[in-house]
Design a protein around this ligand. Structure first.
Ligand code: FMN
Ligand code: SF4
Length: 302
């Protein structure tokens, strides 16, 4: 991993308060003669030092100022302190996001899609590697092409699963997945495939005009976690920005098992896919919030 230190300290401005040293997770900085200096040989490039400095004396060159500049909404650079945001509003937003399965045909637009990707990258990532990748399908035509490829995967899988000899042979060597798939999904998938082939409902992407595939490069230390945290940010922001979204696990399963789908999208086979987000302008509205099952929660106390 690249842990190059790109921290630059303006000694003229530095007052020696030590705050940057306190928040640095990499022991990159120390105080010498009343000034902050770079003494460590590594940095995870998180930018905490730059963000905390009251004298604005630090720049982390690996973090360009405009990397998070959005095209579709004005965003202030102001840091919101802990407890200073309206938490009731935030929870209201979280509860209002719903998986959307009815979309208008209107395209989402590339600026909004680019902004959503940037918003995704505000999520935390293991060792701040930020080794997530975003493959954007900005038009319905591209989404349909992906749907056709995924449908091809399920057609093949259904044919295999319908073979009782294959199911029992695999079962004998402890591989029961095909039998489980046959029991739980085969019939429903068969019906949905036939609907798709006859130009009926798009059961996979629900007619969405855009898709973002969230993946990771092999260097990521927590690839699934990073990708899903970025995905969560995007789902929430999309709702706030007027878009409906739906995570499509069936597409992820197909992409994990059939690298030819990655080839079709230009995603290197070395990358892993963790989330596929269908999105578009929602053609559905709700009257009220839905509930959740009670959480399985435990406290450990000594
Ligand atoms: C990992 C994951 C995979 C999902 N896969 C699908 C899917 O393939 N198709 C679909 O319509 N919804 C899918 N969903 C959406 C869930 O059904 C939905 O999140 C759940 O029913 C809760 O509803 P809500 O998102 O509206 O709160 C998926 C959600 C997650 C988190
Ligand atoms: S936070 Fe800023 S002013 Fe304080 S020691 Fe670090 S560089 Fe100097």
């Amino acid at each position: 991993m690249d842990r190059t230190v790109t921290t630059i300290i303006d000694a003229e401005r530095c007052t020696g308060c030590g705050l940057c040293i306190r928040v640095c997770p990499s022991e990159t900085l120390s105080l010498e003669n009343g000034k902050a200096v770079v003494t460590g040989s590594e940095s995870i490039g998180c930018g905490h030092c730059q963000a905390v400095c009251p004298a604005d004396a630090i720049r982390v060159e690996a973090l360009p100022d405009d990397a998070l500049a959005l095209e579709t909404i004005p965003v202030s650079d102001r840091w919101i302190p802990h407890g200073a945001f309206d938490s009731a509003e935030l929870v209201g937003l979280m509860r209002s996001r719903r998986s959307c399965r009815n979309f208008h045909d209107r395209p989402v637009g590339r600026p909004l899609l680019r902004d959503l990707v940037k918003i995704g990258t505000t999520a935390p990532s293991g060792s701040n590697r930020q080794q997530w990748t975003f493959t954007v399908l900005p038009e319905r035509r591209a989404v349909k092409a992906l749907a056709e490829t995924v449908a091809g995967f399920f057609r093949k899988l259904n044919r295999r699963a319908a073979n009782p000899v294959l199911r029992s042979l695999l079962g004998m060597v402890g591989r029961k997945e095909l039998a489980t798939y046959y029991r739980d999904y085969h019939r429903a998938i068969e019906e949905k495939l036939s609907d798709w082939e006859q130009g009926g409902r798009d059961w996979l992407f629900w007619g969405a005009p855009a898709v973002i595939v969230v993946g990771s490069t092999p260097e990521a230390v927590c690839p699934a976690e990073d990708a899903m945290l970025a995905t969560g940010n995007m789902l929430l922001a999309a709702h706030a920005m007027g878009l409906g979204t739906c995570a499509i696990g069936f597409a992820v399963a197909a992409m994990k098992n059939d690298p030819a789908i990655l080839d079709r999208l230009g995603i290197p086979r070395t990358e892993a896919v963790w989330a596929v987000i269908a999105m578009g302008w929602p053609d559905e509205a709700y009257q009220r919030l839905a509930g959740r099952k009670p959480a399985m929660v435990r406290f450990f106390e000594v």
